[in-house]
Design a protein around this ligand. Structure first.
Ligand SMILES: C[S@@+](CC[C@H](N)C(=O)[O-])C[C@H]1O[C@@H](n2cnc3c(N)ncnc32)[C@H](O)[C@@H]1O
Length: 213
């Protein structure tokens, strides 16, 4: 089995070092589909939101615009989070908690509790090996409160086999529900085909689960 932290960390730092963030194959000027599902959770402005594998996503900008005051941006790549901090500027960046960590071998994420929303767009599908998937799930289960939500978007079964040069494991809503297990209720799902900045179609499955117990 590949050691995730070292190789993944180097890979992702190189990715964010070598390209403008708005040229990356997952860049969204407005993360509309994530925002749609997040708004359906009915969160309070002080509810804790944990974005896994934030990268330089504009989701954080939009959550701040929406008035959320308890946001954690986390990523395996410090370079990615630096790019995002730079875009936000010091005042807005100071309103976010920043965690550099590997969701499959967490040193910091595992100490969080009472997360009301776990958001992941385009991270889980990079975990192709079972121990890494299980480690992801263990982290999610450790930090997400009962009655909290998991919004997860991953490459759909009909999608590409690789992203950022890495193999991916693809999903539909049934596979994601099986992965999370019976403690999670699937409340929303839809397919959405995102187009990369170069115009290539990337079908995703978007899901919103509520944790029952
Ligand atoms: C395809 S990008 C998606 C970024 C962002 N979620 C978005 O939608 O724009 C995947 C992100 O996951 C991060 N990542 C990959 N593996 C990770 C891991 N094991 N733990 C934490 N973050 C990881 C990468 O550094 C990268 O920023």
């Amino acid at each position: 089995m590949r050691e995730p932290s070292v190789s993944f960390h180097d890979h992702w730092d190189r990715v964010y070092d070598s390209s403008d963030v708005d040229k990356l194959g997952w860049w969204e000027a407005v993360p509309e589909k994530s925002l749609h599902l997040i708004r359906r959770c009915g969160l309070g402005k002080d509810d804790l939101i944990l974005d896994i594998g934030t990268g330089a996503s504009t989701l954080i900008d939009r959550l701040l615009d929406d008035g959320h005051r308890n946001i954690i941006a986390s990523d395996i790549s410090e370079k990615a989070l630096q790019a995002l901090k730079h875009r936000l500027g010091p005042e807005r960046a100071s309103r976010v908690t920043w965690i550099v960590d590997d969701v499959t071998r967490p040193q910091h994420l595992c100490h969080l509790r009472d997360v009301c929303l776990w958001h992941d767009r385009a991270v889980l599908h990079f975990l192709t090996e079972e121990p890494h998937r299980q480690a992801y799930l263990n982290t999610l289960r450790a930090v997400l409160k009962v009655e909290g939500f998991a919004v997860i978007a991953a490459f759909h079964l009909t999608g590409a086999d690789k992203c950022s040069g890495l193999p991916v494991r693809k999903y539909d809503e049934t596979l994601l529900a099986e992965f999370l297990g019976e403690d999670f209720l699937l409340e929303d799902h839809f397919q959405y085909t995102y187009h990369t900045p170069l115009g290539s179609p990337r079908p995703y499955i978007y899901t919103r689960f509520r944790r029952l117990r």
